[in-house]
Design a protein around this ligand. Structure first.
Ligand code: ADP
Length: 164
């Protein structure tokens, strides 16, 4: 039988507990899940692609059917080449919806066999975003409720602003 492969795409700048919740729930439904770190030249990221991939790998270490990859091309092309027919995205609020809806329709146009699935965020992570983690860490706030324990120190140290 055909292997059911899903992709969880994102910038993961850095990967948060909200992302991990969506990844874990996908891993329970599919044979294989690819966490795809996008390398988008138009979008400035705080962490480099190599750092974002490394953090995503360490955060998902215990999940046997999850692997991490990065790509700088079209998501629909990556999915075609990988044999993935599902994209899984998380929805936090209505504000996520319009952009995600547009992306899902575009990807469907480019690769009609590709289905985009939306998972409702876990209520614990509804407010959580990578940019929120970056801001809290920049001011030395506690990020232990937002990122996994094995990344906490590194993210905090990397983002802590030097006092003016
Ligand atoms: P962000 O929107 O935080 O910059 P990404 O671009 O890395 O994150 O997002 C990748 C995917 O993860 C998107 O589908 C996004 O909606 C989802 N996601 C991000 N944070 C959460 C969260 N707290 N709960 C559920 N889904 C989330």
């Amino acid at each position: 039988m055909e292997k059911r492969i899903a992709i969880c795409p994102g910038s993961f700048d850095p990967i948060t507990l909200g992302h991990l919740d969506i990844i874990r729930r996908s891993a329970a439904l599919f044979d294989e899940v690819v966490v795809l770190v996008s390398v988008n030249y138009e979008k400035h990221t705080t962490f480099t692609a190599a750092e974002r991939v490394d953090m995503a790998r360490r955060a998902t270490e215990g999940l046997d059917n999850v692997r991490v990859d990065s790509d700088n091309g079209l998501l629909a092309e990556y999915a075609k080449n990988t044999g993935a027919r599902w994209l899984v995205k998380g929805l936090r609020a209505m504000s996520d919806f319009e952009y995600e809806f547009q992306m899902a329709l575009t990807n469907k146009k480019l690769y009609p066999e590709l289905e985009t699935l939306f998972f409702t965020t876990d209520i614990r992570y509804m407010y959580l975003s990578s940019s929120m983690v970056r801001q809290v860490a920049a001011f030395g706030g506690d990020i232990s409720e937002f990122v996994c324990p094995q990344l906490k120190q590194e993210i905090a140290a990397r983002l802590r602003r030097a006092p003016d």
